[in-house]
Design a protein around this ligand. Structure first.
Ligand code: NAD
Length: 353
């Protein structure tokens, strides 16, 4: 099924308002999830709704939690999100970070103990839209699901990293990925679509390589591998220490966690304008990107910039609609019905065809 982005967004808003969220909270969730779908990251689109509802039910996600200001040193701010909705806490934290980076030239924003912050590139895009460079280190407390390099036991989360670079007259460069070979949600997408996993992405709970996505959802669960061997594993650790430990946020240091997915994020936001390098930065970046993408006749490759695949998918999905497989739709409907909700747009979508 292909669903129009506006229809899908309205369905998410309707669902969260029915659960008691304000229109504003529901709208931020709707925009974020559908933007993830539009950009091709179905792992972080509406398919996360069942996980959010399970979290809500277990008291792990607080629909209208206050974003508590822990400390404010001007160019450095720490918030405690108190397990508030990540689409709201992330948005508000970035809003203030952007304001401070414009005032001071840079801002360090610590956002600790938020419910799932979704697609981290979303926050880099928010900063880039304001003309700011940003870097984001994020930890995940849930599971754990990822083995460190050299091990077969899950110790950390899929700890994502993102960075955004605005460009005059062009879309920003957005680097944004999990530090596991596959994001957890990507394995869910493979499973829901009945596909097998690429090699070396997942181990069974016994530590044996597997291509079966179902192995991640067994009890005990399978174990994701870090991307890039010791390098990805090192970056995952940096995300844990910078994203959470440094901020006094919750770290993943044992095997126990509730159904909530808790993220803490360290964001460093820089204004090239206030740094006095705006022109040089733009010029040098344009040259680096052109050089990276240059090929010759012997090697007519197509080098994409980080962020470009997402933009191409976005154009296509705005045009053709967002693919929504019946398993994912069924999971959303079942989770909503489990909370006593009926007569929703998501339920009506199951009756199409
Ligand atoms: P991915 O493996 O699809 O990598 C995406 C990145 O690689 C993007 O920057 C993209 O532009 C770039 N890219 C992809 N193909 C490319 C190509 N051919 N050439 C050049 N660049 C290319 O991402 P992922 O690891 O599956 O992560 C998906 C999403 O999951 C991300 O948005 C991430 O932030 C999010 N995530 C969130 C959490 C959380 O707890 N909130 C945890 C893990 C991941």
């Amino acid at each position: 099924m292909q669903v129009d982005a506006d229809v899908l967004r309205a369905a998410v808003v309707e669902l969260f308002v029915a659960l008691g969220a304000s229109e504003e909270t529901a709208a931020l969730i709707g925009v974020h999830l559908v933007e993830a779908n539009l950009r091709g990251h179905d792992s972080h689109g509406v398919g996360v709704v069942p996980m959010y509802l399970a979290s809500l039910k277990a008291g792990g996600m607080m629909l209208e939690s206050e974003l508590r200001l822990v400390s404010d040193m001007g160019g450095m701010i720490i918030f405690d999100a108190q397990r508030g909705v990540g689409q709201v806490t992330g948005h508000r934290a970035m809003e203030l970070g952007i304001e401070r980076a414009k005032d001071h030239g840079s801002a360090i924003i610590g956002l600790r103990n938020s419910h799932h912050l979704g697609r981290i590139g979303h926050w880099a895009e928010q900063c880039a839209a304001a003309g700011l460079v940003s870097v984001h280190f994020v930890n995940v407390v849930a599971g754990p699901f990822v083995a460190p390099f050299g091990g077969t036991r899950a110790r950390l989360g899929t700890n994502p990293f993102a960075a955004g670079f605005p460009r005059a007259g062009a879309e920003p460069v957005i680097v944004d990925f999990a530090t596991s070979t596959l994001a957890m949600g990507k394995v869910r997408v493979y499973r829901n679509e009945g596909r097998t996993l690429p090699d070396n992405a997942l181990l069974t709970a016994e530590g044996l390589p597997t291509n079966d996505p179902n192995e991640l959802f067994t009890t005990p669960p399978g174990v994701l591998t870090p991307f890039g061997q010791h390098k990805g594993s090192g970056l995952a650790l940096a995300c844990e220490l910078l994203g959470a430990a440094l901020l006094g946020g919750e770290t993943q240091h044992d095997g126990t966690s509730d159904p909530a997915v808790i993220n803490s994020m360290l964001s460093i936001i820089v204004s090239p304008e206030r740094m006095g390098t705006l022109e040089a930065f733009g010029g040098e970046m344009a040259q680096v990107l052109a050089w990276m993408q240059s090929e010759n006749n012997d090697h007519p490759g197509r080098v994409l910039l980080p962020g470009e695949p997402e933009l191409a998918t976005r154009r296509q999905r705005l045009d053709e609609g967002i693919p929504l497989d019946p398993t994912t739709l069924g999971q959303i409907v079942a989770s909503a019905e489990g909370l006593g909700l009926s007569d929703l747009q998501f339920q009506r979508l199951t009756q199409v065809n």
